[in-house]
Ligand binder design. Sequence first.
Ligand code: WQD
Length: 336
Amino acid sequence: MAILVTGGAGYIGSHTVVELLENNFDVVVVDDFSNSHPEVLNRIKEITGREFRFYEQNLMDKAKLEKVFAENSIDAVIHFAGFKAVGESVEKPLDYYYNNLTSTLLLYDVMRNNGVKKLVFTSSATVYGLNNKSPLTEDLPLSTTNPYGSTKLMIEQILQDLYVSDDEWSIALLRYFNPIGAHESGRIGESPNGIPNNLMPYITQVAFGKLEQLSVFGDDYDTVDGTGVRDYIHVVDLAKGHVKALEKHCSRRGVEAYNLGTGQGYSVLQLVEAFEKVNSVEIPYQITGRRSGDVAVCYADVSKASLILNWKTEKNIEDMCRDSWKWQSKNPEGYR
Ligand code: WQD
């Protein structure tokens, strides 16, 4: 029986495929390389020494997707594939709704047609919106402030409705906080196209000299030093959380949301300081205005994932900074 991983060549997808293979799962990857690179597949094989099946396609061709299920004995699906840039979603909402929702609906229809009803869906802490107070628990009211976040919230609702219609489904909704870092080998990591939107890849490119200085988006928030506080989680811990969700949750029916974070918040300047100290590099920065849509503080209550999934993070902020830098240093142009 195999695990189908959509978007398995992406940043979090590739790290999860490594953990699945190392836990002796058979894996089938579907990816169209719209936000990843073929070289990732070679790196996964290099790290694990294991083979897996791969289909270069997106999820919008239903016939091709049916073929994947016809050619493989799929037991469960981890669904990563989708557009994920907050700012881009505001500029191109129709692209985001069309791609993220249509591909997801097609996937779930093909899963149902093939009797595959175990699913791990990659959601995001962005569904907690701007009005909830951290630490965030899974039962809080949900809202979104951008089309990307809205596609995540809509898909969570679709899956709740799907379960109401058919209680054979077993669904884990994994709400990520802020994934950073890279596999300790330095062979896979985050490879953003163009100027990074997110903090850590921007920091690593400043450290490497590809970018001149970091703009800190506001230092007038009600936080320890006025800069935004987030729950940064090592991508390998996040990947292990997916394996636990597959093993622990998908043997029981129902739909459950889980926060995948560390439970601890760090400010922008605290992360910069940790990065500089661990890697003996300097990160020049300037304070600029707030970025619209940013929340001051966002970090997880992780007790539910710890209790039910028997999962908690093992890596600390120094590990995240060290591994991010190792990836950047060894791969200045990412996978290109
Ligand atoms: C982190 C902090 C910024 C860049 C987003 C999505 C979320 C998930 C992760 C997909 C904030 C500050 C950032 C910079 C800065 N994505 N910052 N200068 O916005 O918390 O979460 O990415 O699942 O859904 O919303 O992450 O890394 O962009 O920002 O000062 O150049 O760093 O203001 O406080 P964010 P981020």
